[in-house]
Design a protein around this ligand. Structure first.
Ligand SMILES: *[C@@H]1O[C@H](CO)[C@@H](O)[C@H](O)[C@H]1NC(C)=O
Ligand SMILES: *[C@@H]1O[C@H](CO)[C@@H](O)[C@H](O)[C@H]1NC(C)=O
Ligand SMILES: *[C@@H]1O[C@H](CO)[C@@H](O)[C@H](O)[C@H]1NC(C)=O
Ligand SMILES: *[C@@H]1O[C@H](CO)[C@@H](O)[C@H](O)[C@H]1NC(C)=O
Length: 299
């Protein structure tokens, strides 16, 4: 069963491109997600998408029982006034007794109308007219990283944009964050940046965060990518924040005294003593935060 599934994934991936071995399975999963996104989101047939400037994929689905053999079908495309060309088709079995028919082109032309016709034994079964630059469907953002900012109820979420040269500025993102035991999440939008500071989070709670990407619709447009894999992180509990805040306060108070003893509100302490006290406090607060980091990372 699993073997069957994997071989389907791999076959799907081989239709698109050859990659390094390590990324084949990940690449195949990404392609499979794209197919299922479009089956849900795109009512027209064939469903088409681009992942970069140099590829173009269309597919449609048929019931296995009603579909014919591959040589009965033809896929032709036409740019405006030009003569039409054929795109070779491949067929793949899919779940629930379905079949998928794929056409994959390299170097499609953007910013020019493309007409598509699919015939089965000479009869037109699908036709569409489209602009390829409006059909981007990217991989989800990679390496989503969450860290605490040091302020209560805040996270720094950052990620690596999909590798599309010169298009970073055209990407928009959605960051979804949800308390781990809750169903209702919230979503924040980010434009042309690959990080977001989340504020006003509940203290001492575990959060689940995910990111997705889309082209912004100015020159290029498309569909929302799949969500990235979720990242979980816990906000500091309120008591701990208080503790850290008071430690910080004490330290800044003391360093103020060290820097300018005249302005120190406590009299009678030599600056040398302050220096020693300062070192001691810095060391202990460092040890403390290392200890807390450890506790929360393992917890
Ligand atoms: C288009 O096809 C016609 C007839 O098949 C041919 O005469 C013409 O040269 C072709 N045009 C182009 C741009 O290929
Ligand atoms: C699809 O084909 C029909 C019938 O030939 C035609 O009327 C229609 O304009 C075509 N649509 C597109 C988008 O090409
Ligand atoms: C993501 O992180 C991994 C491991 O930290 C690293 O090897 C990889 O290069 C990173 N990917 C990107 C696109 O930065
Ligand atoms: C957020 O994290 C990223 C990467 O971890 C870092 O480059 C960036 O400076 C951080 N931003 C803030 C405001 O802390």
């Amino acid at each position: 069963m699993i073997c069957n599934y994997l071989s389907q994934l791999l076959a799907l991936h081989l239709i698109f491109c050859a990659m390094g071995k390590a990324s084949i399975v990940q690449g195949a999963r990404n392609h499979e997600k794209k197919v299922s996104i479009l089956l849900k989101e795109e009512p027209e047939n064939p469903k088409c998408f681009v992942e970069g400037r140099n590829d173009f994929t269309c597919f449609w689905e048929e019931d296995e029982e009603l579909s014919g053999s591959l040589d009965q079908y033809s896929f032709t495309y036409t740019y405006q006034e030009e003569n039409s060309s054929r795109c070779p088709l491949k067929m793949l079995p899919a779940a629930d007794g379905k079949r998928l028919f794929f056409c994959h082109l390299e170097r499609p032309q953007m910013f020019i109308q493309m007409g598509i016709e699919v015939h089965r034994e000479g009869r037109l079964i699908h036709n569409r007219s489209l602009l390829i630059e409006l059909l981007f469907l990217l991989d989800p953002p990679a390496n989503v990283t969450v860290s605490r900012t040091g302020k209560p109820g805040q996270f720094n979420v950052s990620w690596v944009p999909p590798p599309l040269k010169y298009m970073d500025d055209s990407m928009i993102y959605e960051v979804s964050y949800t308390e781990a035991d809750s169903q209702v999440g919230q979503v924040e939008s980010v434009q042309a940046s690959s990080e977001l500071i989340l504020r006003g989070l509940q203290q001492g709670r575990m959060y689940k965060m995910r990111v997705r990407v889309k082209l912004d619709g100015i020159s290029y447009n498309g569909y929302w990518s799949a969500w990235s894999d979720p990242v979980f992180m816990e906000t500091l509990p309120a008591e701990l924040d208080l503790l850290i805040m008071s430690l910080t306060l004490i330290i800044s108070f003391i360093s103020l005294c060290c820097l300018s003893p005249c302005s120190c509100p406590i009299e009678g302490l030599s600056s040398r003593r302050f220096g020693r006290l300062f070192q001691l406090l810095t060391a202990s607060s460092k040890a403390f935060s290392v200890f807390m980091e450890g506790t929360f990372r393992s917890g």
